[in-house]
Design a protein around this ligand. Structure first.
Ligand SMILES: [Zn+2]
Length: 394
């Protein structure tokens, strides 16, 4: 029996959680990382993957995606696994009334590790129901979170359109009672302001998603990042990318990053529309942030370690010896590429000379995506067909 089941050899390991960036082999045995070293012998492993020219990272963690409850949701494995994402956070698809159904039909069935933010709306992310204040029960929401803290990590508030912050305030209450955090997607409409939301209705540890959306302007009329965004960051509020189909504009992101306001976490808001129109998968969003000036280790840190800490699962954000074997193997390609954004005036493109693409996804020690068959034996080793037995099959 070989010492390791899988060996990723000759790659570049970028694991910000362990402060590693360089030439390291990574070995996996059963569901855990069994060795990380500058050279692990091939003879010690069952399956050897030549990762030359590739980047080995912890499995990506998508802090905002949709696998339940929303009309455009996608089953987690199609949504995540091809893109190197081994863990996703469903952002408010279910509420306290529907979480058990989500757990039974989606979470417990998927390869992808799924955590949940419970919608403050008991019925979940059904757009017209998100306006019904009487279905926003902080106590019932907190009770369900407390019952399933192994999977539910906080509260989501989104799309409430009245003049008040009632939905946000009820969400905050549920987060307070359950000792969790709240993720907010609220536009400053009907007299509400972003400044008021950030200063008076959110607290340290809460997350504002869609940080570069036109609908939630971070940039003022002079092209500057609004002062209260910096103040909110200083006070401990977290700013998440949440790309989506209508929530990421290069014209917002570029000046923000140039002025020192990168996102804290990179997430996709992945669902049917954002997948089909903007290709807003994790590696695409990471590419966009890298092209706007972040380094590759920074975009990896914001897609692995940073979200793992927010989820309260630091063990998922790094691949040190003994940790869970969730791994992504990426290629940074040079060539001629286009990256698509969205905004209130439609989709536009940023030309890029680089593109990050996922090649292999390993979840808990199993290779669940191998785009180009790097873990497979050569077709030349196909055994001769046993024609006799084939002709005798009925
Ligand atoms: Zn969303």
């Amino acid at each position: 029996m070989p010492k390791h089941d899988i060996l990723l050899k000759n790659g570049t390991l970028i694991d910000p959680g362990n402060k590693l960036n360089g030439a390291f082999d990574v070995a996996i045995s059963k569901s855990k990382i069994s060795a990380v070293s500058s050279s692990i012998p091939e003879k010690d492993a069952g399956t050897v993957v030549d990762a030359s020219g590739m980047i080995i990272t912890p499995g990506l963690i998508d802090l905002h995606a949709h696998c339940y409850g929303y009309f455009a949701n996608i089953y987690p494995d199609e949504l995540c696994i091809p893109f190197g994402t081994t863990t996703m956070l469903d952002a408010g698809g279910s509420g306290w009334k529907t979480f058990d159904h989500m757990n039974e039909t989606v979470i417990s069935k998927s390869i992808t590790r799924v955590f949940s933010l419970l919608n403050i709306v008991g019925s979940g992310m059904i757009l017209d129901k998100e306006q019904v204040v009487s279905d926003m029960d902080p106590i019932a929401t907190a009770d369900k979170i407390n019952e399933r803290k192994d999977v539910i990590v906080g509260v989501k508030v989104a799309h409430f359109e009245a003049e008040s912050w009632e939905a946000v305030d009820r969400g905050r209450k549920a987060a307070e009672i359950s000792n969790t955090f709240m993720m907010v997607d609220q536009n400053p409409i009907n007299g509400r302001t972003m400044e008021d939301l950030l200063k008076s209705h959110m607290v340290k540890g809460d997350i504002l998603t869609h940080v570069y959306a036109w609908g939630k302007p971070i940039i003022d009329e002079n092209g500057k990042v609004a002062k209260y965004f910096f103040e909110a960051r200083d006070s401990g509020i977290i700013f998440d990318l949440g790309h989506g189909a209508g929530s990421f504009s290069f014209a917002m992101a570029e000046p923000s990053i140039n002025q020192g306001f990168p996102p804290d976490t990179i997430s996709t808001d992945h669902h049917r529309s954002s997948m089909l129109t903007n290709h807003s998968n994790m590696t695409n969003c990471m590419t966009k942030m890298m092209v706007l000036g972040l380094t590759l280790p920074e975009v990896i840190e914001k897609s692995t370690l940073a979200p793992s800490l927010i989820l309260g699962h630091p063990e998922l954000g790094h691949i040190g010896e003994g940790s869970e074997a969730d791994v992504a193997v990426l290629k940074v390609k040079d060539g001629h590429f286009g990256l698509i954004d969205n905004g209130l005036t439609g989709n536009r493109v940023l030309k890029s000379k680089q593109l990050i693409e996922n090649q292999m996804t390993i979840k808990a020690g199993e290779i669940v995506w191998d785009k180009e068959g790097f873990a497979l034996d050569s077709y030349k080793n196909t055994p001769k067909p046993d024609l006799k037995s084939i002709y005798h099959q009925r």
